[in-house]
Design a binder for this molecule. Sequence first.
Ligand code: AHR
Length: 548
Amino acid sequence: MRTRRKFLQGAAILATGSMFPRAQAPESRVEVLIDEPIGTIAPEIYSHFVENLGGVVYDGIWVGEGSKIPNVGGLRKELLDAFKKVKPAVIRWPGGCFADQYDWHDGTGPRNRRPRRTNFWVDAREWPAGTNKKGPQFFDPNLFGTVEFTRFCRSAGAQPYFAANLRSQPPQEFWRWVEYCNSPQGSTTNADARQLDGETNPLNVRFWGVGNESWGCGGDFTPQEYATEFRRYTAWVPNYGVNLALVGSGPNGGDLDWTRKFFAAANEHGALGRMWGWALHHYSWNISGGRTTDWAAGKGDALKFTPDQHYELLAQSQQMDGLIQHHWDAMGEVDRRHHTKLVVDEWGAWHASGTEPFPEALIGQQNTMRDAVLASMTLDIFHRHAEKVGMANIAQLVNCLQSLFLAHEEKFCVTPTYHVFDMYAAHQGAQSLRVATNAPSISYDRNGQRATVAGLSASASLSGKRLALSLTNPSVDREREVEIVVRGATAKSMQATILTASDVHACNTFAAPRAVEPVKRAAQPVRGSVWPARLAPVSVTQIELELE
Ligand code: AHR
C-alpha cells in the first residue's frame, strides 16, 4: 500500500490548459509533424522471443495439461491472458543458440514417447555453483514442440517464427520442417505426422530464420561462409502457397563487416532476393562505466545500480539508432532498393546473474522502471526507423533477460516492461510521424569522463484521426516540462496513461505484483495544437489525441 501511495504521488502530471506564459516557456519542446510521415509501424516491431532456455519454456509457458496451475492445453493461462492484451505480432522459437542444436523431429509425435535431449545451455557458466542439474531445463523432454509452440502463438494471437538449425542439421531438414508445418493435409508423410499431432490443416508458417548468430554459437562462420550456407539452405525451399519470409543471421551489434561481406557474397548468385529480413542483435549490458563487447563480462546488478549506471545502460540502448542506420546504409550499398528489411530479433537489457526469480531461470533477471524506460526509448527508435525495421523481438518473454513476465509454479506477475508494451500497442500498424525533439541532454560520469544521454525520448504515430504520442523522461530525479506542439492539425480530446514510480529501482515481484503499474487518466476535451506537460522523473507517458 505504501509503495502504491508513493507511486501515485510520483505520477506524471499532464496539464492540458493554456500554454505556459512566454516568460516561463518550458525548457523542452516536442513537435509532432503531421505532414512528415516516416512509414507504417510494422505490428511485427511488437514481437517476442521464446527460447528453450532456463525457465522460459518449462515452468514459464508450459506447465502441462495435468498441472494444478490453470492452463489451456498445458500452456500457462494467466500468462496467455495477459500476453494477448499487448497484441503480440510474432513469436520467435526455439532459439537463440538453442536453435542450432535442435532437431525439430524431437518435438513431434506422442508426448510420452518423445526423446529427452541435453539442452544447449546445460553447461552455461551462469548456473549457480553446485546446481543440481536435473529437470527439463537441463535435459529437455521435448514436451513443447512445433505443435505446442504453434498453439501457444495461436492462443496469443501471434504468428510463429521458427529459427532453423544451420550449424548441426543439413538443409534438407530445414525443408522437411517447412513440409511438416505447411504441406497440405494428406499430401506428405510429414503432413500425416502433423495430423497425428493434432493439426490437420497446414500451420502456414511464414517466418523462418536461417540459423542464429552464425558468427558465434550458430557455427562460427565467416560472413562469406555463411553466405554460401544461406544460399544452400534457401535455394528452392518449397513454399506451399505461403509467402515465406526468410531471415538471414545478421550482425552482432555494430559489426558492419559482417553485413557488408555477407551482402556482397550472397548477392553474387542472387540469393539476396530470397532474404526478407536481416537479423541484428543488440543487448544493453549494465556495466559500471566502460564499454565491452564480451557478453559475459562486466554486467551489473538488475536491482542495485547508481544513477550513472542507469544512464550508461540507457546510452548503450540508444546505440540502436546508429546500428539501424549504419547497417541499413551498408545493406543499401548492394541492395539498393532495400528489398530486405532489418529484423532486430534479439534486443533488451542483459544484467548480471543474481536476481533470477528461481534458480532454474537461467539468465533470468528482475525488471525495474529502468528497464521500462529502456524499452520505451528503444521502441521510439524503432518507430523513428519504421521504414527500415520489419520486425523486432524483445529478449525474452518470461523469466529470462528483459522479460514481460515472471512465472514460477503458481506465482506470476507482469513487469514494468510489460506495461510499456501494453501502452505502446496503440502504435501498431499506424503511420509513424517525424517528431522534432528539443531537450537538454543528461550529463553523467562514465569512468571519470563526462558522457551524455538524451534527456527526453519521443515518438508519434497517426491512425485515422487518432494520434498516439509517447514521451519518456529518463532522469532519475528531475521533472521535465515540455511544450507539446502538433504541427498541421488540431485536437479535440486528449487522454494520457502514465507509468512511473518514485524510485527508478521499483519493480514488481511475486509478493508485490502491482507495485509498478500505469495510471490511466480519463479523456478530457482540449482545443488547439499546443499544450504544456510536466513529466515525472523516470516516467513513460502515452498520450492519445483525437484530432478534429
Ligand atoms: O537470448 C540469449 C542468447 O543471446 C541467445 O540464445 C543468443 O542468440 C544470444 O547470444
